[in-house]
Design a protein around this ligand. Structure first.
Ligand code: SF4
Ligand code: SF4
Length: 449
């Protein structure tokens, strides 16, 4: 057995391999999500998901309303994009993305009214196909940061023997507290989403996973697991040890079910679907209202932010405007990230739009952002112990330096999820994640020859 039951709550007994203990810094956990005042302008990129970008379906001069479709594609792995404010389209063209690439975007000048598009109405969801179509139409992508189109994840073949839905409420990245706030503030939507997905997709069990550092959310989630709809006791709450990256899909599948996802495979290959808790709540809200994904909650925190907070912002809002709403910078920011400090993306400025998959903006002053001085490897093995994917990062670094494709493949570089646990554990200050990214680039380049 990999689990035990204490007071009606499952607890993982057999600890999963790897991971690191990080300081949680959940400074904004008590901050109720505040709504940002309507921005004067939003810049909405057509690439806000893993997969094919959308093409704009509006042109300069068009008047649009909140929730109106402004970008779509017939490619399967993608998600449509909707207007997040009402107003006039003032530009359709390329913009710089937070990751430095370019994307087509639709810029809307707000009329300050937030008029809802008249075509918005709740979808009819009576079958599995109805639900998957509704999720696609909603524009939902993984709100935990992955940005994978949710309709694709849910559209597994009916005969694939997928029996378990895992709800990820772990939020293991330091600083970020929006999922926690979702649990505390919007539990009715989570409850409705859990039972809707279970019924429509035929899951035999649902396991809601949360780390043991969020006791205030236990009661809320336990009520969901104990709800009268759960007549056969198939919905369970599982409390996991808090350690990073407990929220990583493969780690969570193993913690929750004891099933190990083999290298190169997905949770679906061992009968599981993992969904972020805010995404589940969103689906329930969409089915009730028909209002697509046009805003999201984000945590704004870090030592350079004057007033850390949780804010609900329209998609496409300028990051600088969001920071200003939080009082601006208290100190000169040395590092600004979208996402958490372990897996987030460092950005070079704040004149960038917030995307569907961004769950945080963090800004750190110099003292908290300077890297350790790098020294020689002392062969302590801590990087290998910390790796949740059982990799030996030093072997990968050696193979990358030698540009040895066979050795890189043998060392398993393709299963590295760039979680940063190895670098965090390294006493020699080795920038191991950068080495892993470089190794993947070498594999791609050498593979082409
Ligand atoms: S970044 Fe890659 S190698 Fe390092 S701990 Fe994470 S999965 Fe392992
Ligand atoms: S943790 Fe750092 S010092 Fe230790 S073996 Fe790994 S790379 Fe070397």
């Amino acid at each position: 057995m990999t689990k035990t039951v204490v007071d009606g709550v499952l607890r993982a007994v057999k600890k999963v391999r790897g991971g690191v203990k990080v300081d949680h810094h959940k400074n904004t956990a008590h901050k109720k999500v505040e709504r940002l005042p309507i921005p004067s302008k939003v810049v909405i990129p057509m690439q806000q998901h893993i997969g094919a970008p959308c093409e704009p379906v509006v042109k300069v001069g068009d008047v649009v309303a909140v929730g109106q479709l402004i970008g779509d594609t017939d490619k399967y792995i993608s998600a449509p994009i909707h207007a997040s404010v009402s107003g006039t389209v003032v530009a359709v063209g390329d913009v710089k993305m937070p990751n430095g690439t370019m994307s087509k975007a639709v810029t809307i000048e707000s009329d300050g009214e937030m008029r809802l598009w008249e075509g918005i109405k709740p979808p009819v969801v009576e079958t599995r196909e109805d639900l998957i179509k509704a999720v696609r139409d909603s524009g939902l992508v993984g709100l935990g940061g992955a940005g994978f189109p949710t309709h694709v994840k849910l559209n597994f073949p009916a005969d694939k023997n997928i029996d378990t839905l895992i709800i990820n409420a772990a939020e293991c990245e330091p600083f970020i507290t929006v999922d926690y706030r979702e649990c505390v503030e919007n539990s009715k939507n989570i409850l409705a989403g859990v039972y809707l997905l279970k019924k429509m997709l035929g899951f035999k069990q649902v396991i809601i996973c949360i780390e043991d550092n969020k006791p205030d959310a236990f009661g809320v989630l336990k009520d969901i697991a104990d709800h009268e709809q759960d007549v056969y006791d198939e919905v369970k709450l599982m409390v996991l040890e808090s350690k990073y990256p407990q929220g990583a899909e493969k780690m969570m599948v193993q913690s929750a079910t004891g099933r190990k996802v083999p290298p190169g495979k997905l949770p679906a290959d061992v009968g599981c679907v993992v969904m972020n808790v805010a995404s589940v709540a969103f689906i329930a809200r969409y089915v009730r209202t028909g209002k697509p994904l046009i805003s999201r909650s984000i945590t704004v925190d870090g030592s350079a932010i004057k007033k850390p907070n949780n804010i609900r912002v329209p998609i496409g809002t300028n990051i600088g405007e969001i920071i200003d709403f939080c009082g601006g910078f208290s100190k000169e920011p040395c590092k600004i990230l979208t996402g958490g400090p372990m897996m987030g993306l460092a950005i070079v400025g704040t004149d960038l739009p917030i995307l569907k998959q961004n769950n945080a903006i963090l800004a750190f002053a110099k003292d908290d952002a300077v890297l350790k001085d790098e020294t020689d490897c002392i062969r302590c093995g801590r990087c290998a112990i910390a790796c949740p994917m059982s990799l030996m990062p030093t072997n990968i670094v050696r193979a990358a330096k030698a540009k040895d494709v066979d050795m890189l493949n043998h060392a398993g570089i393709t299963v590295c999820m760039e979680c940063g646990s190895c670098a965090f554990a390294c006493p020699a200050g080795k920038p191991l994640v950068q080495h892993m990214r470089l190794a993947k680039a070498i594999l791609r380049e050498e593979g082409k020859k």
